[in-house]
Every structure is written in C-alpha cells, then in structure tokens.
Write a protein that binds this ligand. Structure first.
Ligand SMILES: *Cc1c(COP(=O)(O)O)cnc(C)c1O
Length: 424
C-alpha cells in the first residue's frame, strides 16, 4: 500500500516530530501505566486507523451519503453497527461520534429541550463533566440536580437517587461513572427512572470492556440509552464514542450526531472499531477482561496491606480510588513523585475531599493497561508495593533511585501488547 515506509520518510522530512514519537514509544514501554482511563490499543485496531479509509468522505449514513464512492464505506459502517448490536445485545447503535463526551451531548440534545431537568452524579464523587458540570455544555443548558455517595459506605446512595427523582421529576437520569470503583446498580436505576417517567442514560465509558466480556452486568436491559468510549477498558485507540439505544430513539440520536453536531465521520475510526468489536467476541478478549478484574482485586488488596485506605473499601471493576493521605499529603504530590520513578497515575479527588481539584487527596488507578502488557496478579502486587514504597520514601532520593531502576527493569521485560491477547 502507498503508506508503507511512511515513518522512514517522516524521519527524513520531519526529524523533530519523528524523534518525539520514538521517545514517546520508549516512555510508554519503560514506565508502568496505572492510569485507569488509559490502555494500549490492540495492534489491529491501531493499524486500521491511518489506512486509506482516512481519505474517504462519507458524510451522512449508509445508503444516504452526500458523496459518491461510498459503497464500501456503507458496507464497513453497516458491519460495524451489526457487530456492535451483536456484542452488546442492543437494538440500535450509532458509531460516528468522535468522542464519548460528544456522544453524551448528542443524547442530551436528542432527549431534552433546553431547561429540562437532569438528575446525575456529582463530578467530585465519581461522575463525569458531561453529566451536568457547571462549566460544561450539559450544565449550562439544562437544570441539573445531583446525587452522590453515602458518606459512610462511599457507595452510590440509591435512596437519595430515589428521593431526588420523586421530588424533582427529572426528564433524564444519568448513571455511570468516571472514578467509582464499584458496580453500578443499573437495574435499580431503571426501576426509579420508570417510576418517575424519566429516560435513563447509562454511560459505561470506563467499565465497558468488562461489560462487553460479561465480567460485570450490562445496563442494556434497563437503560433507554447507553453511551461509551472505546479507548479505556474497551482497548481500542482513543476517540470514537458509541451510542446504543432503543430502536425508537435511533433516528433522533443519529440526527444529533449528523448533521446536528458533526460533518463527515472518520471512516478509518469506524473500520477500526468494527475490528475491535470482532476482537471482543474472541476467547482471548474474555480472558483479558477476566484478568483485568483479577488484577484490580490484587492491586486493591496489596495497597490495603501497604496501609492505604481505598474509597468504598476496594473494587468490583478495573478501578481503584486510593486515599493517599496515609502515606503522603496530597494526590498531586503522589502523582509527581510516582512519575519521577516511572509509575504513571493521575491525582483524583476522593469523596468529600478537603483539598481543591488541583491538589486532591487521592489517586485513581486501574489495571487495564498493565494487564494488556501481560501482567498477572503477582506482577500487579509487586507494582503496588513499589507504589507504596515510593509514597513512603518520597523525600529519600537514594531510595527513589532504587525504585526507579526496579520499575524500569520490570517494565522493559513486558511488551506493549502481550501475545496471549492476540486472536489471529
Ligand atoms: C472518559 C469518560 C468520558 C469521555 O470520554 P472521551 O472519549 O474522552 O470524551 C465520558 N464519560 C465517562 C463516564 C468517562 O469516564
């Protein structure tokens, strides 16, 4: 194909960008990534992006395009949608959204009129900015009331959800989280939504891979609309939001994506996701997701042994929210010292955090990326111990250098994408 060898050309033509790309690859190889929202995309899905599909204008939907030469594009998009419906057991799917934040906006625009009321989870208790945060489109255009966690158990307070729903009669209830370690009770959310005549949207951007593989329950039977990213636990490249819904809402949602918010879709992204959906149906993918869950449990268990407090007491997903104050003052300090030894995490607020967002008292970590590299429970436990040691000895330069060498040595022994997950 005509792009073969293109990286060699870039090296000659644009050595600056080529060099940074090589260094980024090295960084991704030599560090231990515990960022819960990151992963290493599978080689086949990454490879599909940047193929000739990136040249094709396929504005519109299959069978209704605004450009010629779309016969193959139609077949690719139809196959992507068919596989998505099979994988999740949903009635209708749209695969054109450029991100899952945009998917959420499209759903709000399809279901609500400006000023309508949304009931959603608070951002600093685990929700997402597109669920009604003040500074986001969703918070500026609609009335928003929010639920949170039970302060004692740090579990979503379903009684509060029910009470607020009955009191305010929202038009839409949103569930699904960004930094919540436990399973969400979609069934209960569905019952509450039906009782008050609200739509239910479940945003599964984080745990979607576990859901696709049947490791944790799916919201599909209970929600009117389900939205997701494809790059977190799903393990595709970044970008692309998927919207799944009941047949009757499909047209309205399609219209909000195109022409309401976007122009032509990215056909290489859609082709890549078609490959991703096919991967999700393999035994290797299910084994991967089972390992993600086992590794998250091991991670949580070992961190507790190291004296750290976990929000909600542990995990039922891929994600662990750690209160770092047992070992270091703030999440920001933790993020910085961990980065200095090659363990990559992000600071995160914990429920009822006394610190502002730019400092925070916690870190949000997860197992998907290291599991992709082939880490098993014992490897993750070792990583957890290195993490805790780093926080404990954050002022001891010699000790940090020692840890840094161990991290690098460990990371370099693993590929970016373990062979055992490749299904070909
Ligand atoms: C990450 C996340 C998103 C946003 O995904 P993007 O594709 O980065 O826009 C949306 N909702 C939730 C709950 C998320 O965690």
């Amino acid at each position: 194909m005509y792009m073969d060898g293109s990286f060699e050309l870039i090296r000659e033509f644009d050595p600056e960008i080529a060099q940074m790309t090589v260094e980024e690859e090295t960084r991704q190889m030599n560090t231990l990534c515990l960022i819960a929202s990151e992963n290493y995309a599978s080689p086949m899905t990454l490879g599909m992006e940047g193929t000739v599909w990136a040249n094709k204008n396929a504005e519109g939907y299959p069978g209704r395009r605004f450009a010629g030469g779309c016969e193959l594009a139609d077949r690719v998009e139809r196959l992507a949608v068919k596989r998505c419906k099979e994988l999740f057991g949903c009635e209708y799917a749209n695969v054109q959204s450029m991100s899952s934040t945009l998917s959420n906006v499209a759903v709000l625009r399809a279901l609500l009129k400006p000023g309508d009321m949304i009931l959603s989870m608070e951002l600093n208790q685990g929700g997402h900015l597109s669920h009604g945060a003040k500074f986001h489109y969703s918070g500026k255009s609609y009335q928003v009331i929010q639920y949170g966690l039970n302060p004692k158990t740090e579990v979503i307070d379903m009684e509060q959800v029910e009470r607020l729903a009955k009191e305010h009669r929202p038009k839409l209830i949103i569930c699904g989280t960004s930094s919540y370690p436990l399973k969400v009770d979609y069934k209960r959310f569905g019952e509450i939504a039906r009782e008050v005549g609200a739509y239910l949207m479940a945003d599964i951007a984080h745990p979607v891979g576990l859901i696709a593989a049947g490791v944790i329950p799916s919201p599909i039977p209970y929600a009117d609309v389900v939205t997701t990213s494809t790059h977190k636990t799903f393990r595709g490249p970044r970008g692309c939001g998927i919207i799944m819904c009941k047949e009757g809402l499909g047209k309205r949602i399609d219209q909000q994506i195109f022409p309401g918010m976007q122009g032509a879709p990215k056909m290489d992204m859609i082709a890549s996701r078609a490959v991703l959906f096919k991967e999700c149906m393999t035994p290797e993918y299910r084994a991967y997701q089972q390992q993600v869950a086992k590794n998250a449990e091991a991670l949580a268990d070992e961190l507790k042994k190291c004296g750290l407090r976990l929000v909600a007491g542990g995990t039922q997903t891929h994600l662990v929210l750690v209160d770092v104050r047992g070992l270091i003052s703030t999440g920001r300090q933790a993020e910085e010292v961990l980065e200095s030894v090659g363990i990559v995490v992000n600071k995160n607020m914990i429920p009822y955090d006394p610190q502002p967002a730019n400092l925070a008292s916690g870190i949000r970590i997860g197992s998907p990326a290291l599991t992709t590299r082939g880490f098993k429970e014992e490897d993750i436990r070792e990583t957890a111990r290195l993490l805790a040691e780093t926080l404990k000895h954050c002022d001891n330069r010699e000790k940090l250098q020692e840890i840094s060498a161990k991290v690098r040595e460990k990371a370099m022994r693993y590929p970016m994408f373990a062979k055992e997950w490749i299904s070909a």
